[in-house]
Design a protein around this ligand. Structure first.
Ligand SMILES: Cc1ncc(COP(=O)(O)O)c(C=O)c1O
Length: 411
């Protein structure tokens, strides 16, 4: 069944706001789904008091927060006590670096991945350096920006404590086979695995237990939700780690790794993302009685089909133009490419092409997108960086046509 785009766009009020602009900077932050806006509004209008006391608005506030946590845990197939909802992924990784790195020493090694956003590199590398541990790097292919898992496996040894890598780069757009790579890491070394899914989750909410990872992180403000970073820490791992909030909150899973303290209304509103996905499923023939796996598979097919239809003409155009260096795979045929499309123009600066596109009504940007290490490895100056067009399922083919025409003029 094709995606009912009219329905989808009716669920994102911002789609109707600026018809003169094609918004294609979704990897920086998505539009917000209507149920999220309603829940945030309801929280602030009716239940904005200190939550979790027995009197009426306070109890309701706490219940709304607990509901969001419990349902996000169910959607990811993890336990609610394994979830932290913190201010952002960058804040979550910074906090977790303090928790994980306390006992790293000169014999220990960690592996970071050149394809990552700095949020899944810098905090771990700094902590390792502080502790005298060794930082190894899983490098990208300098021509494509893609990763070869064999390069990673060669870095593993008995001293490897952690491997940090990305589910989907915010520049290459290619989905890395997380379950297989994680299985290999665990089979070949004692290392644990942390995956940054910030650029993956907007396209699919995965079964995190099935991935086998030890930590998993993404940002809900890129998944149509409020500004929150969602962090999964496997329960057995969590028991070994020191809490990072107030000492008396050590056993409270909602506060254990959140020294900022839970952001009450934002957390309650996280439920709205799941409400939107459930409504989308029902709208396309699903039932509210379907189990999580069935709903997730149906939504995956629905969303991927639309996103592939959006990405294909853009990739074909850019790949055949001879005017750009395209990052990542040049096609979606393998079923592992998100519609996050970055390129370096050959004859112009990225800044000039981005400016021309913006003047032509295309809401895009240029830069390093906080992944300068990947660009440097590809011999691209991070200061000018690349132009990035990042789409989500609410974008339309008509918008893609406008982007293509503007690209033709700008290049
Ligand atoms: C792939 C990726 N990882 C991590 C982050 C950091 O997320 P946050 O803004 O929640 O700190 C971003 C943000 O752009 C990102 O694109």
């Amino acid at each position: 069944m094709p995606l009912d785009l009219e329905y989808v766009r009716s669920q994102f009020p911002q789609c109707a706001d600026y018809p003169e602009v094609v918004f294609c900077s979704n990897a920086g932050g998505s539009f917000v789904a209507a149920p999220v806006i309603e829940l945030l509004n309801h929280y602030n209008t009716h239940t904005r008091v200190q939550p979790y006391s027995p009197f009426t608005p306070s109890r309701e506030a706490g219940e709304a927060m607990d509901k969001a946590r419990a349902n996000w845990a169910a959607a990811l197939n993890v336990e609610a006590k394994e979830l932290t909802l913190g201010p952002s992924t960058s804040a979550n990784s910074y906090v977790m670096a303090q928790a994980l790195g306390q006992d790293w020493g000169p014999r220990d090694e960690i592996i970071i991945c050149q394809q990552d956003h700095e949020a899944n590199i810098g905090a771990w590398a700094r902590k390792a350096e502080e502790q005298g541990a060794t930082v190894c790097e899983w490098a990208v292919d300098p021509a494509t920006g893609l990763l070869d898992p064999e390069d990673l496996y060669r870095l593993l040894n008995d001293n490897t404590r952690w491997v940090f890598f990305t589910h989907c780069s915010n520049l290459m757009g290619t989905v890395n086979p997380v379950a297989e790579i994680t299985r290999q890491i665990h089979a070949r070394s004692p290392a644990r695995v942390c995956v940054d899914a910030v650029s993956y989750a907007p396209h699919h909410i995965p079964d995190v237990k099935a991935l086998g990872v030890d930590m998993y992180m993404f940002s809900l403000y890129k998944v149509y939700g409020p500004h929150q970073g969602l962090l999964y820490v496997r329960a057995e791992l969590s028991e070994e780690l020191a809490g990072q909030g107030h000492y008396f909150n050590r056993d409270d899973p909602a506060k254990r790794y959140n020294p900022a303290g839970p952001q009450h209304g934002q957390i309650a509103a996280c439920q709205g993302v799941l409400d939107y996905l459930e409504a989308l499923h029902v709208r396309h023939g699903g039932s509210t009685a379907d189990d999580g796996a069935r709903r997730s598979a149906a939504l995956y097919d629905l969303i991927t089909q639309q996103e592939r239809a959006l990405a294909e003409p853009l990739l074909d155009f850019l790949d055949s133009s001879g005017k750009v260096q395209l990052l990542g795979k040049t096609h979606c045929r393998d079923g592992d490419r998100a519609p996050t499309i970055a390129f370096r123009p050959v004859a112009h600066s990225s800044a000039a092409v981005a400016a021309a596109l913006q003047a032509d009504g295309i809401g895009t940007e240029n830069g390093d997108f906080y992944a300068p290490r990947a660009l440097e490895a590809m011999d691209i100056d991070p200061a000018d960086g690349v132009v990035r067009i990042s789409l989500l399922h609410y974008n339309s083919l008509q918008e893609v046509e406008r982007i293509l025409a503007a690209l033709d003029r700008a290049l």
